[in-house]
Design a protein around this ligand. Structure first.
Ligand SMILES: [Zn+2]
Length: 117
């Protein structure tokens, strides 16, 4: 990236060097180092830009997946109230675990109800 015309640098060095009081060799070394540094920075910038594009694509994909998941949860969600038996199982939805019923969790995820249990 960033083709460096070292002949042009040398020509410019020969033109400017007498005015700057620099030795030709020093100026050429300084100028080519600056050009190499610029190339290295441009290479790093290209890598960073590519990474930014990849991250943006990931954000888009994850956002689409989130939207689809929310849509599916909404379609599968049963809005009838949970009711728990003495074991803590939700009898309304046949949830035989003592963790929060998935329909209650769906309501929370969808923002249909508060997060209170
Ligand atoms: Zn339930």
């Amino acid at each position: 990236m960033g083709d460096i015309d070292k002949d042009a640098i040398r020509a410019r060095a020969e033109e400017v060097e007498p005015k700057a009081g620099l030795v030709d060799e020093d100026f050429y070394r300084w100028a080519t180092q600056a050009a190499d540094d610029r190339d290295a920075l441009l290479d790093r910038l290209a890598v960073a830009e590519e990474r930014a594009r990849e991250l943006e694509a990931t954000v888009q994909r994850v956002g689409a997946e989130r939207d689809e998941a929310r849509s599916l949860i909404g379609d599968l969600y049963d809005e009838s109230e949970c009711w728990y038996d003495h074991h803590g199982y939700c009898q309304a939805h046949g949830w035989t675990d003592t963790s929060l019923c998935p329909h209650r969790r769906a309501a929370i995820v969808l923002g249909l109800r508060g997060s209170d249990v």
